[in-house]
Unconditional design. Sequence first.
Length: 393
Amino acid sequence: MKILHVTLGFYPAVGWGGPVKIVRENGLELIRRGHEVIVCCTNLFDKRSKIESKTFHRNVDGLEVYYFNTLNLPFWPGTLGPIWVPELDSWLKREIKSFDVIHINGYRNFMNLPVARAARAARVPVVMQPHGALPVIVNSFALKRLYDRLLGGIELDATSAFIVGQESERQQALQRSIPADRIHIIYNGLSVDPGCQGLQPGAFRQRIGVAPDRPLILFLARINKKKGADMMVEAFARVKAPGAVLVIAGPDDGQLAEVQSLIEAHRLTERVILPGLLQGDDVGAAFADADLYVLPCRTDTFPQTILEACRAGTPMVISETCETAYLVKDNIGDVVPFDADAFATAIDNLLADRARYARYESACGAMMRDVFNIEKSVDQLEALYRQVISEAR
């Protein structure tokens, strides 16, 4: 099969979140199985800068990637806002019919609109994976509803099948009047990266100046309201573990100034480290050196960071408002309400209870093998591609 993956951003623009990593993981496994995978994305590194100033093509770990020059409003509130990709239409006109299937990652993205139109005109089947973007949540409520009313149908009506992460996301799709037989639950998968196995223990701690005997609590995500970095600071102010250090790693997605103000208000500047966006080996090194991974999200669908923490064998504390909390609970970590006191208590208890900590740590390997397995995920993905291609023909 020749497969086109459409995504807002791609490496090195990891600040766009989990879909960047998911597209790479799925793409590499599909290539390993003999398929041809092309990735189409913007050239935005973040909403204020570009990887390169124009459209360009690059091979990334065997994936052919087309980065299209993109115009946007850098000071638009929220994660991104409206974009214009002027060269995309002509590229689609030339190339669209060469693909057997198109996989759109995300929803409510202006880049998806010309792809959906072109695919429908060329009768190329489309699979959409919204990555939690279907509901109207967190911010920009009126604008999201307006998009859904005026433009959302262009994306949804062109789609032959929808991939969701679990039952809660399936319900979100049903609420958008997507037929039940077009919705397919497929877990995200992650390869057991050989590079992750060869990391030098203590390298990340050494880089940020944290001694080996100090508990290192890692929050690694975009710094925005959805992910809950503000609540994490409130919780950490209540943590009693002696010498504990909190690392809040990730790009500013609208909440960094608020988080910095909270750190200062709680007099935590000596105990909270803000290294910014981590890339490459630094990500695996951070998970490997952390004692706990924490994610106090207000809402999230299937955070890829949970898989990365699991791969590193790092127990975690997450909020019950994460829709994959049921996979974590009493298995590889603790799940608690979205509450600063509850979160702080869970962190202290897990760091102190070495038997439970060791049980979670040892369960990570089985979780990667049985649940977060990239081969199992792509088995289902291949089958779905073949199904929509057969139906289109």
